[in-house]
Design a protein around this ligand. Structure first.
Ligand code: FAD
Ligand code: SIN
Length: 532
């Protein structure tokens, strides 16, 4: 199969880009691939909303820029922050034109919410299901573009480069080129090659590397792992954001339900088991301090008190006020026997967002020619050492737009690569035991949560590294002798991503933003990005 533009991922980044390219190039073909159902993305689960300066009487670009830089703890690229904050407003308007609805107040103005680290009310939202509304609007909008083809249940295995033409490709190769991808088409159960002139990686995050995460099952870091295998550059992987308030449900593993930060923005208070509102002991911004600070404070309270969670107290909200903004959370709590007007909500931190990823420049270009990246899989320089809440949907749209502008200018100078060989499956056989995959997966999640979580130290990182080495060796052996399956490929990708997180964490000899190492508790004077 050949396509002019290939898009891997059907979340906010992939769909925004595809829509724009389709509009600008009606004579070109655009193919979107997604590994499960079209709407099964991190985007669909976004709750709080999208940050943007909408109320210029009280807010300003400068304030949003400042808040983003403070959260990023000295590691943001200021030029990128300015780009995202300033261009983001236009992108939000486009999203509204494509049909996304955001809540308004009685006067008809957008009802803006507030979250941790924001000095002003600037979060547009659709109740507490903002992402679902955005995903709906975008999937609806692409239906009107006849030159877009969306293929679901199509698992991308690897990106094609000169390596597949028989050349030696290393990190030192001056120009690595992307020619498309190999995919496991789960509709036909065949491995196919899709040759493309330009490819956008929009594969989302990697929360599934951890035992407790707000991310859905698709978030396995495939894009980052593929680029690393292709010898592209990966940046700042140590900065994994733990959301302070995932719902604590004993026994639930895989995807933990999120209690949006907007609940604290509206007045929710964190309390420990003694009922103390402990955040004032940690930061003057209390419950609305940036996420790294709140998550570490909760982690500390849990460790001191030997508990598995703390509480979020919303008992002072009226039921009407709570259900108007947070109907989804209200229903979820009721379904497990928690009435938020009488009971406090048990919450604990969970892996939520990857600030690092595939290194890009200001136009979304990666270190591999004809390969762009946008959304959570990318590291653009916006988030630095810690992402400001609700900045990621914004970043995804801004960089999808910038990638589109660059790609449409370039497309006519790129030719299809004709000589790609078929995928070689010689010598592989059907997997004998799934336990070889599932047990390794459990081990990896456990060691990442216990050794490479919110608080780290050198010994834990070394232990994690050694155990990952063994899992890597065993999984590569399995991969070579087994017919590929999504489960095996995801395990392989997650082990790669876990390795990148640990390695980057080992290289950072300081504590900054989301990376806290008790052996290096202070910030270093040398501000550097870790590139692998
Ligand atoms: P995604 O939306 O995750 O889409 C990834 C796509 O890539 C999927 O279609 C998937 O199938 C596809 N894919 C992945 N690997 C492969 C493969 N190998 N082959 C084929 N396809 C593949 N951010 C905010 O700004 N505001 C919020 O309020 C907010 N709330 C959040 C709440 C939750 C519970 C979560 C989990 C995240 C939240 N975030 C929020 C973060 C934000 O939702 C994500 O960062 C963003 O949606 C990522 O969008 P994306 O387009 O990069 O990727
Ligand atoms: C939330 O709603 O708390 C999540 C917001 C985000 O991750 O940006």
């Amino acid at each position: 199969m050949q396509t002019d533009f290939l898009v891997i991922g059907s979340g906010i980044a992939g769909l925004t880009y595809a829509l724009k390219v389709a509009e600008a190039c009606p004579d070109k073909t655009i193919t979107i691939l997604t590994k499960t159902q079209s709407d099964e993305t991190n985007t669909k689960y976004a709750q709080g909303g999208i940050a943007g300066v909408m109320d210029f009487d009280n807010d300003s670009f400068e304030k949003h820029i400042e808040d983003t830089l403070i959260a990023g703890d000295g590691l943001c690229n200021r030029a990128v922050v300015e780009i995202v904050v300033k261009e983001g407003v236009e992108r939000i308007k486009e999203l509204i034109e494509w049909g996304a609805n955001f809540d308004k107040d009685k006067e008809g103005d957008y009802a803006l919410g507030r979250e941790g680290g924001h000095s002003e009310f600037r979060i547009l939202h659709h109740k507490d299901v903002t992402g679902k509304e955005m995903e709906r609007a975008l999937l609806e909008a692409i239906k009107s573009k006849p030159n877009i083809q969306l293929i679901s249940h199509c698992f991308v295995l690897d990106i094609l480069t000169q390596h597949h033409l028989g050349y030696l490709v290393t990190k030192a190769t001056p120009t690595i080129e992307c020619y498309g991808v190999y995919v496991l088409n789960l509709n036909t159960h065949k491995i196919e090659k899709i040759v493309a002139k330009i490819t956008l990686l929009a594969t989302g995050g990697n929360g599934q590397v951890y035992r407790t995460t707000t991310n859905p099952a698709i978030a396995t870091g495939d894009g980052v792992a593929m680029v690393y295998r292709a010898k592209g550059r990966i940046e700042n992987m140590e900065f994994i954001q733990f959301h302070p308030t995932a719902l604590y449900e004993p026994g639930v593993r895989g995807q933990n339900f999120l209690i949006t930060e907007a609940v604290r923005g509206d007045g929710g208070i964190l309390r420990n088991h003694a009922g103390e509102a402990f955040m004032e002991r940690y930061d003057e911004r209390k419950d609305l301090a940036p996420r790294d600070i709140v998550a570490r404070a909760i982690d500390n309270e849990m460790k001191i008190n030997g508990t598995e969670h703390v509480y979020l107290d919303c008992r002072h909200f009226s039921k009407e006020k709570f259900t108007e903004h947070f109907p989804n959370i209200y229903d979820k709590c009721i379904s497990i026997g928690i009435d938020i007007t009488k009971d406090m909500i048990p919450v604990s931190p969970a892996a939520h967002y990857s600030c690092g990823g595939v290194q890009t420049d200001e136009t979304g270009k990666t270190s591999i020619s004809n390969l762009y990246a946008a959304g959570e899989c990318a590291c653009t320089g916006l988030h630095g050492a810690n992402r400001l809440a609700s900045n990621s949907l914004l970043e995804a749209m801004v960089f999808a737009h910038r990638s589109y502008l660059d790609a449409v200018n370039k497309i006519n100078q790129v030719a299809f690569q004709q000589n790609i060989p078929d995928w070689k499956a010689d010598g592989t056989s059907a997997p004998k035991e799934m336990i070889l995959i599932t047990q390794s997966l459990k081990e990896m999640k456990l060691l990442m949560s216990d050794y490479v979580g919110i608080v780290r130290n050198n010994e834990r990182l070394q232990r994690a590294n050694r155990r990952l080495d063994l899992l890597h060796e065993e999984t590569e052996g399995l991969f070579k002798r087994t017919i590929v399956s999504p489960q095996l490929c995801e395990l392989r990708n997650m082990i790669t991503v876990a390795y990148l997180i640990v390695k980057s964490a080992e290289f950072r000899h300081e504590s900054r933003g989301l990376h806290f190492n008790t052996d290096y508790p202070a910030k270093s004077d040398k501000v550097q990005n870790i590139v692998l």
